[in-house]
Design a protein around this ligand. Structure first.
Ligand code: GRF
Length: 194
């Protein structure tokens, strides 16, 4: 059976992308076929090279105003999209073309601490400032709004009073690495039976 071809979209360091590429390296059901970034110096592009995964650099104008990106995905037979630290809003045309096939991971327990501007350390600082006693990643389907699609999975960690925003970030990221690849696999498997 043909493997499901995954594209990862990422803007930053790419530690989740690495875990996902590692997870599917010898998989029979899916493969990471493309890594896309909006930043030419993003760490994720180097990681993709390590795993011999093709990369694509996108520009804002093309991404939002043309169908160039969609054509790229079609030519590469991409069937599933995974956002892993991708900071641009996903345009409506892409949500429509990949309906129910785009996943994102957010480093807090949505619906709290999501939305525009809530990324990276901003999230963990807000969680800390609010005096939350727990946090954790949310994996959700992507729609046209930041962090608002249906929630698929959440994992939780305890926040101790002495934990800094950096400590919280570390705990949450560890949970992301543990769960994101397996949840992606789970959803791809479900899709194969539809
Ligand atoms: C993660 O915390 C993820 O939840 C968020 O962006 C971060 C990406 O980190 N969406 P990395 O680039 O995978 O290390």
């Amino acid at each position: 059976m043909k493997k499901t071809r995954i594209a990862i979209l990422a803007s930053g360091g790419g530690s989740n992308a690495r875990k996902i590429m590692e997870h599917f390296r010898n998989s029979d059901i899916a493969e990471v076929a493309l890594v896309v970034s909006n930043k030419k110096d993003a760490g994720v592009l180097k990681i993709a090279n390590e795993y011999h995964v093709p990369t694509l650099l996108i520009e804002r104008q093309d991404f939002y105003q043309t169908n160039k990106f969609l054509t790229e995905l079609e030519e590469r037979e991409i069937e599933f999209i995974v956002l892993a630290g991708f900071l641009w809003l996903v345009p409506a045309y892409l949500v429509k073309a990949f309906s129910g096939k785009i996943l994102n991971i957010h480093p807090a327990l949505l619906p709290k601490y999501g939305g525009k501007g809530m990324y990276g350390h901003h999230v963990h600082e807000a969680v800390k400032a609010a005096g939350e006693t727990e946090s954790g990643p949310t994996i959700h389907w992507v729609n046209e709004h930041y962090d608002e699609g249906n929630i698929l999975f959440q994992a939780r960690c305890t926040i101790n009073p002495e934990d800094t925003a950096d400590d919280i970030a570390r705990k949450v990221l560890e949970l992301e690495h543990t769960h994101y690849p397996r949840i992606i696999e789970q959803e791809i498997r479900k899709g194969m039976h539809q």
